[in-house]
Structure formats: C-alpha cells, structure tokens
Design a protein. Structure first.
Length: 447
C-alpha cells in the first residue's frame, strides 16, 4: 500500500510543506514543528489485517508492535505487504519493539485509584526491549535516518532515550552520541547506553542544556537527531494508543493518561487520535490527561494559569510564546522553578514538544495535573504489588488518575487507560521506599 507522504508545518496559518526526504524538524518560515502527513485515507478494514498479523507467520514486521501498523505510518512509501521492501526500509529489533505492550487489568492499582477494576487498564511500555516506550518512536526515527543516509544518530537524554538510541544504533551499525546532563542521569539507564557502545558527551547543566547542544551537533553532515522533536519519533509513538485501542476492540475509552516530560507521547497520542477521527476509525474522542511531576511542572503551570493569569492554549497553532519564554526566563533566576524530581525521566523544564502537546490537549479537551514525588513512588509501588514493573515516572500516571478521580474530574464510570512508560532501572528507589515503614505500600525487611 503506497501512501504519498510529506512533512507539513503544524501552524495552520503557515502550513508550509517539505519533502518526506528532508532533515528539517522545524518550519524555516515560522519555526513551528513539522508533522508527517499522508494523502491517502486508510481503509478501516485494516483493523482486521492488524489483528491477523498478531499471528506473524514468520514476519518480524508483523511481530513488531510498531510495524504491524505500518500502513498508518508509511512515510517510506513502500508496498507494505512486500516483505523484501519492508526488510530493505524498516528498522526493527527483530520485531521486538512494542511486541509485548498491551493494556492489563491491575486490581490493586484499580482499588488504589478508586475505579472499578473492569473500567481501568494500564499499558506497561517497559516490556519494550530497551525497557521503555522510546523503542516505539526510535524504530520509526532510525528508519527515516537510514532513509536519509545518516551514519550517526544523536540525542540528549536523562536515561531512557540514550538506552533506546544506543540499542538501535548498535543493531544498525551506526554511531550514536548521547548528550547527558552531568550527574542527572540514572545510573541504570546510563549503564545500558554504555553497554551498547554509545559515545557519552557530558554537558554542564540540565536536560534542556544537553538538548540544545545535541541539536547543534545534529547539524553536522551525516548526523541525525532522534529526540522527540523529530516528527518520525512521533510517528512510531502513535502505535502506543493503537495497541491500547486494538486491545479494547477499538472501543474508545474516556481517558488516556500519560506522564508528561518532553511531551512527545502526548503529541503522538494527539496526532494518532486526530488522524483516526478524521479517517472515521473512531467516532468518539477520548480526553488526554498529562501528569507532570510537581518538581518539573512547566506545562501544569502554564496550562492552568499558575505562572500568569492567562492560561496557555493551542490558539489555532500560535500559542502565546511570550508566556512560555517568560517562564523560561524566570527559571534562570529562580532556583525553585528549575526542574528537580527523583523521576528523572520527566525532569524536564522546557518541553520540546509543548506546541504539539497543546494541540493534543485542545483536540481532546484534555487536562494537566501535577503529582509529588511521594505520590509517584506510591503509584510505582502499587503497580509492583500487582506483579508488574514500572519506573517512578510511570507512577505519575497512577497517581494522576487517583488525583483526578478524587477531584471527580474522572467520573465513577469512566473508562480509563493509563500508560506506564518504562520499567524500573533505578534499584535504590524501591529499596529505599520499602525500607521506610512510613511509606504507604512499604514492605520493610524483618529482623
């Protein structure tokens, strides 16, 4: 199935287009981010094709939880049933990306958040090969990088991105440079990246400083950025809600709940829902809830008007940049505004995808909430008591659902999907949590 693809500026007042074989990540006219767009409307009969591919019949591209949906992200413009074309173009870790990711009922978590078990499910993206949701987007981004002849992939990371980028680069025999904020990356995630032979570049500062440096480095010939400002990362991450909806027989829930860091996941979910609704695949639009850590709550402050009286909104593609920059400027002067949370995966002060995130919230009538480190640790721990593994940042989804339920924003009979973005890679966090009897779900050792 061929789909004529292009890149399009997300600002409706601009709408400038670029060829799909382009290294641009921002519009050179208005500096807005770009989207991958497809001219053809996929037939909803593909739902049956996707289901049948769950019996992969020897094809790693059917096994893959990303490329199983390849007709919906066919920026390579290949014949999707031609395995030779798939093999030549699509980057995959032997079909492992997204393969094990689907929603599960977790009775103890449901009781904790105050929702009937049959009405709430959680999707652990930590079952991805590098241990986080990043592999969904990385498969697509590195595919486009390969299409563009890239020899080196580059990213900034607080942990999970570095592990995923390093794994895909090693598998594709590419170089990989990772820009890390010195002393602010979880050792377990850092060790993964080293294991895959990545070149670490230490930056004096936080993630936002490392990200700026990485984008500068990606301008070198043969280099390619794989952070979530890359529109093809967003394409791969669209498959997270695809798998959730498929597991629900394409019955749309009332809520999709994500932790909020750089806002790539929110952006990808919003884009997926916009496309599915436009194509007529879904008739109802679920609401997105973004859950910030209180110690890194840029979107929460701006969206809910806690920085200035005005609330930041999508505003038809031209959000108030002065409002955003005003908070960023304040961060330079006010130490309390600088990102600081033990949930390092979402310890981001300047979300690179804030405009696409705002678009997603606008389209879905979404909300933004914040939770404390203690609340995230409780969320992480109760997931563990159900026999599933997740990192602290994933606990934001659990804690956020509970908070929104307590506020009655999530109603008693609402259907809810919570995304658990990664598995536990920081062994001291659960050890410290359970050694402290004051913690809600602690299981301290006995003498």
């Amino acid at each position: 199935m061929l789909q004529r693809a292009k890149l399009v500026c997300i600002n409706p007042k601009c709408g400038k287009t670029y060829p799909i074989r382009s290294l641009d990540i921002k519009c050179n006219s208005c500096s807005s981010l770009l989207d991958a767009k497809y001219e053809d409307k996929p037939n909803s009969n593909l739902k049956e094709v996707f289901y049948e591919r769950r019996n992969p019949q020897g094809s790693i591209y059917n096994e893959s939880g990303v490329w199983r949906f390849r007709e919906l992200l066919n920026f390579c413009e290949i014949e999707t049933e031609d395995i030779e074309q798939c093999s030549k173009n699509l980057v995959s870790l032997d079909g492992a990306e997204g393969r094990q990711s689907k929603p599960y009922h977790m009775s103890k978590v449901a009781e904790f958040v105050g929702i009937n078990n049959e009405d709430v499910v959680f999707q652990p993206e930590g079952y991805n090969p590098s241990g986080s949701f990043k592999d969904n987007g990385m498969a697509a981004a590195v595919t486009h990088g390969k299409m563009m002849g890239a020899k080196k992939i580059i990213c900034a990371s607080t942990g999970n991105t570095s592990a995923s980028a390093g794994m895909f680069a090693a598998n594709e025999n590419m170089e990989c440079d990772v820009y890390i904020p010195e002393g602010q990356i979880a050792p377990g995630k850092l060790s993964q990246a080293y294991q895959f032979g990545t070149q670490m570049v230490k930056v004096n500062g936080n993630f936002d400083d490392a990200f700026t440096k990485s984008l500068q480095a990606a301008e070198e010939p043969g280099s390619y950025t794989v952070n979530s400002v890359n529109p093809f990362r967003i394409e791969g991450q669209k498959t997270i809600p695809y798998r959730a909806l498929e597991a629900l027989n394409w019955e749309v829930p009332d809520w999709l709940v994500y932790p909020g860091g750089a806002l790539g996941n929110i952006s990808s979910c919003g884009k997926a829902l916009m496309e599915l609704y436009e194509w007529g695949w879904i008739k109802k639009i679920p609401r997105i809830a973004v859950i910030n850590a209180r110690g890194a709550n840029t979107l929460y402050r701006l969206f809910n008007g806690q920085f200035e009286y005005e609330k930041l909104r999508w505003d038809d593609g031209v959000p108030n940049s002065n409002l955003i920059q005003g908070l960023y400027d304040r961060m330079l002067e006010d130490e309390s505004l600088k990102p600081k949370t033990k949930a390092t995966a979402i310890q981001i002060g300047k979300p690179a995808n804030i405009t696409k995130g705002l678009r997603a919230l606008d389209f879905t009538n979404g909300v933004v909430e914040e939770v404390t480190d203690t609340e995230m640790l409780d969320g992480m721990s109760v997931v563990g008591l159900n026999g599933f593994d997740c990192e602290m940042a994933s606990g934001a989804s659990v804690a956020g659902i509970k908070k929104l339920r307590d506020k009655e924003i999530i109603k008693n009979d609402d259907k809810v999907v919570g995304i658990l973005t990664g598995r536990q890679k920081e062994p001291l966090l659960p050890i410290d949590y359970h050694n402290d009897p004051a913690n809600r779900f602690a299981r301290p050792p006995k003498n």
